[in-house]
Design a protein around this ligand. Structure first.
Ligand code: MTE
Length: 566
């Protein structure tokens, strides 16, 4: 059976949309700019072959992320459906590989491929030495428009960054689309340059993806101390960790409207500002996404409750630095942060926060250069990261390169086309994203860290001791932890074990709590639920049913575990 046929079959049973959409979060939304960059990459490449331009330099600068065009390949990786496809596909696949030219197949160049970018002319893409006709695939794919944006080009740049696609299985499936050999395939393998010299990570972290690195802290280690050790702190990257030349490192600060001064600061300059310490939790918007995915598939990494940590962050107040640069208060303005990690278009990871937040001393926004009293490690943003207490992790931009005061939010993909919340019925497209509101402060949440779901307790015990964390964004204090062992018939007050003593509105750190839940007599299992209440008396929704969203962000539903009684 051809892949297309298999997909047609699968479509009825699983829904091909899910097949295609379930994967790396940052990549689901198409980026037209990325695609035009790929097109310009090919143009550059063509001109280099005719003698002008510098292909190798261009390729190296192409250290970016694939977004739209990668959609086809998400269908082929990281899904149960892919495994189902694999059972069938190899039987009928030709034994070929994208790494090799195939005898008896025609050879095409860049110009030939570029002519096949519409369904009328056929939709072709190249990968390594292969040319693939995906016309039929697109026709069967409800989200075909996304694929169309990569039509007539190479998909190699996507896979350079998202190496989870580079599996023999995926390549085998891809080969079923093979129609030719690509004569303009790059000769040398520059891929490794992108990933050379990535930091070593603590092997105890649970790796959700290697390249880029996304790893979370196991529950037992997360709950074992109020301050999360830096080497055990979750890591969330969208791109390779940049290599920074500290001899020439300067943080640039400017205002788009030309007011204020354009200044450049070395790390040492930033250290001359008064040092400010903030004990604060940092949480990814996708924390606990895996629980949301159990309700219905989401697009994103399957984080457990460990995409959060609590650390002491130290650095200069952003307010002090902006004031030194002559920035004046303006309620309408934004502070745009740009990192040094570049996407496929050469654009940096970026995000923005309101200028009012940055200039408010009580919001404690800092340019952090220390984490837990040591220089911030490369994984966490060395030499300087923006740290915005109480906000979603996405706004705390690492490897800070520049700060721009603007009347606009950051134009970055991660500000405009990701990290926004939608109702359960919306599978957001670019228009929805444009209308949506960027997540800043996070809602109140809590999680159980011990025991683990499925653990057993003896029926001779009277209680099971439950421990976990609670936290609310925007500096709200956790005022109560509510637990139940009988599905809400009776509730127990959790004991707050550790909490900061900050003034109202500045509770940036998490709260650790514990509770004793009675073991019901004559039962084989007890289900334990927790919810936290913050100082605004906001609390958590009982389940994900009505907060579910395709991106799987903002899961702050009750945390629930089942414990066996032996
Ligand atoms: N900054 C840059 N430059 N690049 C990134 O990929 N990821 C963001 C944020 N800052 C990111 C970034 C996201 S989504 C999160 S949750 C936090 O960093 C994670 O920070 P950590 O890796 O230090 O835990």
């Amino acid at each position: 059976m051809s892949l297309v046929k298999i997909i047609r079959t699968q479509r009825n049973s699983y829904g091909i949309r899910n097949v295609l959409n379930r994967s790396c979060p940052a990549l689901v939304t198409p980026s037209i700019s990325l695609v035009s960059s790929i097109r310009s990459f090919h143009r550059q490449r063509g001109s280099q072959q005719s003698g002008d331009g510098n292909f190798s330099m261009f390729w190296k600068s192409f250290a970016g992320v694939g977004i739209g065009g990668a959609t086809l390949f998400y269908a082929l990786e990281n899904s149960h459906e892919r495994n189902a496809l694999m059972k069938e596909a190899p039987k009928n696949s030709k034994i070929t590989s994208p790494d090799r030219f195939v005898d008896n197949l025609p050879t095409y160049g860049y110009e030939d491929i570029a002519k096949h970018s519409t369904s009328e002319n056929g939709i072709w893409v190249t990968y390594k030495k292969g040319v693939y006709d995906i016309t039929e695939f697109v026709a069967t794919h409800p989200g075909g428009q996304q694929i169309m944006e990569a039509a007539g080009t190479s998909v190699d740049p996507f896979w350079d960054l998202y190496q989870q696609h580079n599996s023999p299985e995926v390549e085998k499936i891809l080969e079923t689309f093979r129609i030719g050999n690509y004569k303009d395939a790059r000769e040398s393998d520059n891929i490794s340059d992108l990933w050379a010299n990535q930091p070593k990570r603590d092997p105890r972290l649970i790796m959700r993806s290697e390249r880029p690195c996304n790893a979370e802290t196991p529950n037992d280690l997360l709950g074992s101390s109020y301050i999360t050790q830096s080497n055990l702190f979750y890591v969330r990257h969208h791109l390779p960790v940049p290599e920074i030349d500290m001899e020439n490192y300067k943080l640039k600060i400017s205002s788009e409207d030309g007011t204020g001064k354009t200044l450049e600061f070395t790390l040492e300059d930033i250290k001359k500002f008064p040092k400010h310490d903030v004990t604060a939790a940092l949480m990814c918007a996708g924390n606990r996404r895996s629980q949301m995915s159990k309700h219905k598939a989401t697009k994103g990494l399957e984080w457990g409750p460990g995409a959060v940590g609590n650390a002491v962050w130290s650095g200069a107040r952003l307010k002090d630095v902006l004031e030194a640069a002559g920035v004046k208060p303006d309620d309408a303005k934004q502070v745009q942060f740009n990192g040094m990690d570049l996407d496929a278009t050469g654009k940096p990871y970026g995000a923005s926060i309101p200028l009012t937040t940055a200039l408010d001393e009580k919001k404690d926004v800092i340019l952090a250069y220390e984490m837990n009293n040591h220089p911030i490690s490369r994984d966490h943003g060395y030499p300087i990261r923006a740290f915005v207490p109480g906000s979603v992790g996405a706004r705390c931009v690492k490897w800070l390169n520049s700060i721009t005061i603007s009347s606009e939010e950051s134009l970055s993909h991660w500000q405009r086309l990701d990290y926004k919340g939608f109702n359960p019925s919306i599978d957001p497209n670019a228009k929805d994203y444009a209308k949506g509101t960027a997540i800043q402060y996070l809602p109140v949440t809590s999680a159980i860290l011990s025991p683990s779901n499925g653990d057993a307790v003896s029926k001779k015990e009277e209680y099971v001791t439950v421990k976990g964390y609670a936290w609310s964004g925007g500096g709200q204090k956790i005022i109560r932890i509510d637990l139940t062992g009988d599905e809400g018939k009776t509730w127990i007050d959790g004991t707050i074990e550790q909490q900061d003593k900050m003034p109202a509105g500045r509770h940036w750190a998490w709260t650790l709590w514990s509770a004793k839940i009675p073991i019901p007599k004559g039962k084989k299992e007890v289900e334990i639920w927790v919810k936290a209440v913050d100082s605004n008396y906001n609390t958590q929704p009982e389940n994900v049913d009505n907060i579910w969203n395709t991106r799987g962000v903002l899961n702050n539903s009750y945390d629930k575990i089942k414990i066996k009684i032996n």
